[in-house]
Design a protein around this ligand. Structure first.
Ligand SMILES: *[C@@H]1O[C@H](CO)[C@@H](O)[C@H](O)[C@H]1NC(C)=O
Ligand SMILES: *[C@@H]1O[C@H](CO)[C@@H](O)[C@H](O)[C@H]1NC(C)=O
Ligand SMILES: *[C@@H]1O[C@H](CO)[C@@H](O)[C@H](O)[C@H]1NC(C)=O
Ligand SMILES: *[C@@H]1O[C@H](CO)[C@@H](O)[C@H](O)[C@H]1NC(C)=O
Length: 482
């Protein structure tokens, strides 16, 4: 074993490459995904620079990378701070009660659009920092080409802008090899741009709510929306940061991508045809041995010991339980009240719980939960979640039955994707005011053993995946660099 390790390091030392991982700092889960990529490459012995210009300031002091030391920040302009604040305070509350359809999401997209435009300006005004980066002679740039493509009409504008910032950066830093990546599972426009068959009539796009069982209308919608909108919008061009400031046309550049890294896992996601260029590294952020080693403290341990079963309910960190309609809170609390032998841990961000849950003894309201440590504990029976991709990955790897209640964006697709494995149940947010339906889904997930068995089966498959996501990513990144 030791000689193998030595061999490994010798090998790495003679094949050390310079990687630039670029991820503007505006969203926790995006940055976490890219920081994991950076750390995995660092751990394999490469020189990695994590370039993360600040947009949303509250994340500025979070250390996203663990082993990657070369983290380069760039200060935002006042305007960029303003856009960051707008994004943070975005009017997401509406998604408790409304579809996250294209028209609903326009204001969010406009902020994105402005934000990336301004980010490009900030970079253009910081050429000294870029010159410093340029001296590091990067072999490869890995960056995020994030897009909600179901809203292509508006977002393809965003997408083009995003990717064109990268192309301008790549151009300025003179990096020839690049790997566009996604912190979500699938994006039709990225697939199209590398020449991958998209099969829109059977494979749902990232924000599509249809899953893999589409009726004729859904098929038509999925199949025709992309070409129609591409036709309507086309691709805007972006000017180079260096004189003579030529236009850079992404349609010429993007097909030359060495690989595309996606945050999807072939054992979880819907099956679909791909190219050898598409590398599915979903689950790379899940360190299963680290998760399993997490232990809840005594306080939490005693909560888990209160009753034979415990269910954790959390809607994540973008939409808050406190902001859902009062009738939903009442319905959830009254459903919980009927399960005397179950403790419910509810992540709830305010103290006004008497309004809807007075005298309900089996609910523990908490403002913060040690989510992964709880999920890793065998005394936790099930998880009620908003189906964000981070939570989806955690329950998949830890084999925990889940109720998936998606609220907006890619959560709809994520929920269908995991529910397909029969270890979890999808639940509509529009049924959150119906205490009978809520009680029924609680009963099913807590007392029907097949959910536990199926989720354990999936976890076992993931743990024994022939090539681990981290190894897959590192080997392909090295191959591209070479
Ligand atoms: C990686 O960094 C080290 C230390 O800064 C440097 O000596 C080495 O030349 C770098 N490797 C490459 C491939 O540039
Ligand atoms: C992040 O890292 C810096 C430098 O190593 C350290 O000073 C700081 O305390 C860390 N912050 C957190 C929140 O861990
Ligand atoms: C709760 O558990 C006790 C003891 O196991 C049992 O007698 C009782 O019927 C259970 N109550 C409900 C509502 O399931
Ligand atoms: C899930 O259950 C359905 C219906 O029983 C079955 O057809 C399907 O094969 C199951 N899926 C998996 C992944 O086991």
């Amino acid at each position: 074993m030791r000689s193998l390790l030595v061999l490994f390091f010798l090998f790495s030392a003679t094949n050390c490459y310079n990687f630039l991982v670029f991820c503007p700092l505006f969203g926790h889960s995006h940055t976490k995904f890219f920081a994991t990529i950076a750390d995995s490459l660092t751990d394999a012995g490469h020189n990695v620079t994590f370039f993360t210009p600040t947009i949303v300031q509250k994340y500025r002091n979070v250390n996203y990378t663990k082993t990657t030391r070369d983290v380069v920040h760039m200060e935002p302009s006042d305007k960029l701070i303003e856009y960051g604040n707008q994004m943070e305070s975005g009017d997401f509350v509406r998604f408790w009660t409304e579809d996250s359809s294209a028209t609903e999401i326009i204001p969010v997209i406009e902020i994105f659009y402005n934000m990336y435009n301004e980010q490009a300006n900030v970079m253009k005004n910081n050429l000294e920092l870029l010159d410093d980066l340029k001296r590091r002679n990067f072999d490869v740039i890995i960056f995020e080409s994030y897009v909600f493509s179901a809203y292509r009409k508006f977002l393809s504008r965003l997408f083009s802008i995003v990717i064109n910032i990268f192309s301008a950066l790549m151009d300025y830093l003179n990096i020839k090899t690049f790997i566009p990546s996604l912190s979500v599972t699938h994006d039709v426009s990225l697939a199209k741009s590398i020449g991958e068959p998209t099969m829109a009539s059977v494979v749902s796009d990232v924000c599509s709510p249809f899953g893999d069982k589409l009726n004729i209308i859904e098929r038509a919608f999925n199949a025709f929306s992309a070409p129609y909108i591409d036709f309507m919008l086309g691709y805007p061009k972006y000017r180079s940061f260096k004189p003579p400031h030529n236009f850079i046309d992404i349609r010429v550049i993007e097909p030359r991508a060495s690989f595309v890294f996606l945050n999807s896992n072939p054992f979880v996601d819907f099956p679909r045809p791909t190219l050898t260029k598409t590398i599915e590294i979903g689950g790379i952020s899940v360190d299963i041995s680290e998760l399993r080693s997490q232990k809840v403290d005594e306080k939490w341990s005693s909560v888990l010991n209160l009753r034979p079963k415990t269910l954790l309910l959390s809607f994540g960190s973008v939409l808050f339980s406190k902001d859902m309609p009062l009738e939903n809170k009442k319905a959830i609390a009254s459903a919980m009240k009927t399960f005397k032998n179950v403790t419910f841990i509810w992540k709830y961000e305010e103290d006004n719980t008497d309004e809807f849950a007075k005298d309900v003894e089996n609910i523990q309201f908490v403002k913060w939960v040690p989510q992964t440590a709880l999920l890793a504990d065998s005394r936790l029976s099930a998880f009620f979640t908003h189906a964000g991709l981070g939570s989806i990955n955690e329950v998949s790897y830890l084999g925990k039955p889940a109720i998936l209640c998606p609220l907006f964006a890619d959560q709809m697709r994520n929920a269908k994707m995991l529910a397909r494995h029969n270890g979890s149940i999808e639940f509509s947010k529009y049924d959150l005011s119906d205490s009978k339906k809520i009680a029924e889904v609680f009963r099913n997930i807590l007392f029907d053993h097949k959910y536990q068995e199926n989720s354990e089966m999936l976890a076992e498959q993931l743990e024994n995946q022939p090539i681990k996501p981290k190894e897959l990513m590192v080997k392909h990144a090295e191959f591209a660099a070479r």
